[in-house]
Design a protein around this ligand. Structure first.
Ligand code: ADP
Length: 386
């Protein structure tokens, strides 16, 4: 092979490699062009992300100076329509949150912090502070604040711990008294028959108080556990009131008891549950009546109060009544208008709370009308059985 032919072959190979290289480059350029065509010319603005307004939690975008650049509809609802363009510290004055935003910007990291805001409303949020490095967005450096409202969860937790504290206190009071009297009659008054005769009934009374309290607590927790299950039995309210009258016959002897529910009327419910409801209402009318000892039961069929036809049952007394400001609190656990009167009369402070939950379980309605010194009407609506 001559030198000329070797050079010729090499030139041919070289030009072949060149052709291949330019062909690939052309292809690469074409794909780049295609990618560029799909990339928007102007970066996306937060305002254009419409679904953020559909989210039921506040979302706020801050620039690197912590100025609010965007706030979604829920954020405006919570923090007002003046928030846009303002510094975050003038809208949410919570040191923990501001510190976490600083940390997020300084370290370019995401942060999570629980915050409590008391103005304008008492609210709790879990704040996710997200460092935003998305180049598609208009801002070179920004922070997204996502505020998850956890007020209901915190309230439920506080309610539970308050309830445990209240229940323990209520149980401790009679227990301390029982212990004290037992120590006296087994110690200094060991041979004092008179003291023993005086103290033993008090011990029994306090033990009964504890028993009533424990029974009411158990009833309440059982009803709450099953509140989602509507009872479906056919219950005759006439029979319920006959049983209630039997249970309270001794105390009712002092009363003019006008029971106008003398016909068979049937509601959809649970016999034991409804017996507890009306027994508690009559018990309260007995406990909180002083001079005017009249209790009356009335009923009527009614449309429009519940889904379908309902029965309205009214237990009225002419007792001490409830002050207007206190009426909507009497169904709260352990709430008593007059704690001394209630405990003197064997009350646990749980009776109306049990009534409210039991009626809720029956998909009924419970209302109270009362006038101080004039008496109280407890009104129960229950679905008619058909
Ligand atoms: P209690 O065991 O103390 O009676 P309840 O839950 O049954 O607890 O009732 C709560 C409070 O509501 C009572 O302590 C009492 O102050 C008030 N109340 C309930 N029923 C009546 C009524 N018929 N008349 C006057 N006050 C009532």
């Amino acid at each position: 092979m001559t030198i000329e032919s070797v050079i010729g072959i090499l030139l041919l190979l070289f030009s072949f490699i060149l052709i291949l290289f330019y062909r690939n480059k052309a292809r690469r350029n074409e794909t780049n062009l295609r990618i560029k065509k799909n990339t928007p010319k102007t970066p996306i603005h937060f305002k254009e992300i419409n679904f953020l307004n559909e989210i039921n939690d506040p979302i706020i975008l801050l620039d690197k100076y912590k100025t609010i650049n965007y706030i979604n509809k829920e954020g405006i609802k919570k923090f007002g329509n003046q928030a846009l363009g303002k510094h975050i510290a003038s809208i949410i004055r919570v040191p923990d949150l501001l510190q976490s935003i600083d940390l997020c910007l300084a370290n370019k990291t995401n942060e999570i912090v629980d915050i409590e805001i008391n103005i304008p409303l008492f609210q709790f949020f879990k704040a996710s502070i997200i460092y935003n490095k998305n180049k598609d967005l208009q801002y070179d450096e920004s922070v997204v604040l996502f505020l998850k409202d956890i007020t209901e969860i915190i309230k439920a937790q506080r309610f539970r711990s308050d309830f445990i504290a209240n229940a323990s206190h209520e149980l401790k009071t009679p227990l301390v008294s029982i212990k004290g009297f037992l120590e006296t009659i087994s110690g200094p008054a060991k041979d004092d028959k008179k003291a023993q005769e005086e103290f033993i009934p008090i011990i029994l009374q306090q033990a009964n108080r504890m028993e009533n309290l424990i029974n009411d607590l158990l009833s309440l927790s059982r009803i709450e556990l099953e509140e989602h299950l509507q009872p479906q039995d056919k219950v005759n309210l006439k029979e319920i009131f006959q049983s209630v009258e039997d249970i309270h016959q001794n105390k009712l002897k002092e009363f003019e008891f006008k029971n106008n529910l003398t016909e068979d009327i049937y509601v959809k419910g649970d016999y034991e549950g409804l017996l507890k409801v009306f027994s508690n209402l009559i018990d309260n009318s007995i406990k909180y009546s002083e001079n005017n000892k009249i209790i009356e039961i009335n009923h009527r069929e009614i449309k429009g109060k519940l889904l379908g036809i309902a029965y309205e049952i009214i237990v009225s007394d002419r007792g001490i009544g409830i002050h207007k400001d206190k009426i909507n609190r009497v169904t709260e656990r352990f709430f008593r208008v007059d704690p001394f009167k209630s405990s003197q009369r064997g009350g646990t402070g749980l009776g109306l709370s049990i009534v409210k939950h039991e009626i809720n379980k029956h998909r009924g309605v419970f209302e109270i009308e009362s006038d101080l010194g004039m008496g109280t009407k407890s009104i129960v609506y229950l679905p008619k059985y058909d």
